[in-house]
Design a protein around this ligand. Structure first.
Ligand code: PXL
Length: 246
């Protein structure tokens, strides 16, 4: 059985974070492993508290779960702070982790920070190890310092992030003013992946980024090409949003 390690924060609603990752990975028939980076306290009204785990404890979790095994892919979600990024970098090198799907989790949809300022500055240090990085428009803007709000800007940002070392970049266009188009860049071609604009509540959309990155990691672990895994993950997330609407 293929295995995917998720490194992410806990969301007690189970709609996002490590809980959502595990559900998604199981749905794709891969075996999840996990390491928890932080506890969040949240409910229907958003995040009310965040408690990062000590970086040494994150490192211990990773060393323990990786002893004697190398996952087929890794999904990285909420990291909380620069100390956890340093612990992850150390682990990536010591355990030679590959097929890393790096989700950019900077803040909750209600605006609560999920990665501190030093963490945001340190975040691009992970790019050279990422098979694919998956920012939305605001995360792409923060990383690149550009105002990313249209497809042209998404292409420029994707180019910039590949130059920072990511092998592939998926800039998610769910917050575009017009039709939702994602831009995928593999260093040679820009692919425009169009989706359907679904009418959904914030609650129904909560955690869909976690779902998408986990689904991509599951596809990659199963031997799919990154672009195929991305396309299939998009179809999966769309289906789940429809289900969540009831
Ligand atoms: O959806 C981003 C996200 C990721 N991980 C955790 C979260 C959230 C959003 O709230 O709580 C733990």
């Amino acid at each position: 059985m293929k295995t995917v390690l998720t490194i992410a924060g806990s969301d007690p609603t189970c709609r996002a974070g490590v809980q959502q990752d595990i559900r998604t990975l199981c749905g794709f028939g891969v075996l999840p492993l996990c390491a928890v980076t932080a506890l969040t306290v949240q409910g229907r009204r958003g995040v009310s508290a965040v408690e990062p785990v000590k970086s040494a404890l994150l490192e211990k979790q990773l060393d323990c779960v990786l002893k004697g095994t190398r996952p087929h892919a890794v999904k990285v979600g909420m990291l909380a702070n620069a100390g956890n990024i340093a612990a992850l970098l150390k682990t990536i090198k010591s355990h030679k982790l590959e097929n890393i799907v790096l989700d950019t989790v900077f803040a909750s949809s209600s605006g609560h920070p999920l990665l501190d300022k030093k963490g945001i500055s340190a975040f691009p240090r992970l790019f050279p190890f990422a098979l694919v990085v998956t920012p939305n428009l605001s995360e792409a803007s923060i990383i690149t310092g550009m105002k990313v709000r249209d497809i042209n800007g998404m292409e420029k940002a994707a180019y910039f992030m590949r130059a920072l070392g990511a092998e592939n970049v998926l800039v998610k266009g769910g917050h575009l003013a017009g039709a939702p188009v994602d831009v995928f860049f593999d260093g040679r071609h820009f692919y425009h992946l169009s989706g359907k604009r679904l009418k959904a509540t914030d609650e129904a959309l909560h955690g869909t980024g976690c779902m998408l990155s986990s689904a991509i990691a599951a596809g990659v672990a199963s031997g799919k090409a990154v672009l195929t895994a991305v396309a299939e993950a998009k179809v999966y997330v769309e289906g789940m949003i429809r289900l969540r609407k009831g």
